[in-house]
Design a protein around this ligand. Structure first.
Ligand SMILES: [Zn+2]
Length: 320
């Protein structure tokens, strides 16, 4: 039998991995090429998984038939952020999947690691031999809070640029147009650049998560969603941002022992609180009001960055 072509392995893998982060995609394709040169056939079985797919997988063996294949709920797998792929080997002509963790399997892991992947085979506890991921140093909870890694490819020059930028070499260099950050790029390009499903269905879901009310796919609402998503992640490079305009002040009285804070992308309800201020310890605290996102909720700058706090009349907060 003749050997399966490299192109076939690449085509099948590309299809199976879906919308993963562009750096993850470029790097894993390079792994496949390098392994192929050494006589090893590698194929990717899965990559990006939507939260709905993750839920279906999580249900398997619990509420639906089959055996348990994952402990990760939606949002708890690096696959949900397009940052992980799973691989397997094939026989010579590519007609059969091989799952034995042998020297070839480990060689593929070594190639992947040399290009920046973390290998699930190195994990203690739950060992996941097919699994490769790039987290850019971020934890799951940081990803859940909306942060996204700034991955740098060791293969080419591709970094965290939107895929729409991939033009076949521009002939003349024009000075970069500086757009205000709030209008740069579309939500679809942004989602693609971070390896997240940009379908209408998923955007609708994200709009809900980020509190964009009345999301109707209009340009205006798309922009609102884009800005909220970007605000949810820590700025990689604070490029000369205009200073937030103060909209009055809020005073938290010394009689209050603690005062809950909320990240901007969550609903300010008790269960979502991430931290608290201690007005009593300072004889009361006064902050500039940066925004008033909801009735009785203001945004302030705290030691942990911008946070929302609840300042309803019954709380004793004084807003001026
Ligand atoms: Zn995996």
């Amino acid at each position: 039998m003749s050997r399966v072509s490299l192109q076939t392995l690449i085509d099948r893998s590309t299809k199976n991995m879906g919308l993963v982060h562009p750096v993850v995609k470029e790097t894993i394709l390079e792994v496949i090429k390098r392994a192929y040169k050494e006589g090893i056939n590698v194929q990717i079985s899965s990559g990006y998984r939507s939260n709905a797919e993750q839920q279906r997988l999580y249900n398997q063996g619990r509420t639906t038939p089959g055996k348990i294949v994952t402990n990760a709920r939606p949002g708890q797998s690096m696959h949900n952020y397009g940052l992980a792929v799973d691989y397997f080997l094939t026989n010579k002509d590519g007609t059969k999947a091989l799952w034995t963790v042998n020297a070839d399997w480990r060689r593929v892991a070594a190639i992947a690691k040399s290009l920046g992947f973390e290998w699930g085979g190195d994990w203690r506890g739950f060992v996941d031999y097919p699994h490769l991921q790039m987290t850019g140093g971020l934890t799951l909870s940081q990803l859940q809070a909306g942060r996204r890694p700034n991955l740098v490819s060791r293969v080419g020059k591709l970094s965290n640029k939107p895929t729409a930028d991939k033009k076949p070499t521009a002939p003349a260099k024009k000075p970069a147009q500086s757009k205000p950050a709030s209008t740069g790029g579309s939500i679809v390009d942004y989602l693609k650049s971070i390896g997240v499903d940009s379908s209408k269905e998923n955007r609708k879901k994200l709009a809900k998560e980020y509190g964009v009310s009345g999301y109707d796919f209009s340009a205006e609402k798309n922009l609102e969603l884009l800005n909220k998503m970007k605000a949810g992640k820590k700025a990689v490079k604070p490029a000369a941002k205009p200073k937030p305009q103060a909209k009055g002040t809020v005073h938290l009285p010394a009689s209050a022992k603690t005062w809950r804070t909320y990240k901007l992308n969550v609903k300010p309800v008790k269960a979502n609180s991430d931290w608290s201020l201690t007005p009593s310890r300072y004889g009361g605290l006064t902050y500039d009001v940066l925004d008033r996102p909801y009735p009785n909720v203001v945004t302030i700058m705290t030691g942990r960055g911008k946070r929302n706090i609840y300042v309803g009349p019954e709380t004793g907060a004084v807003i001026k």
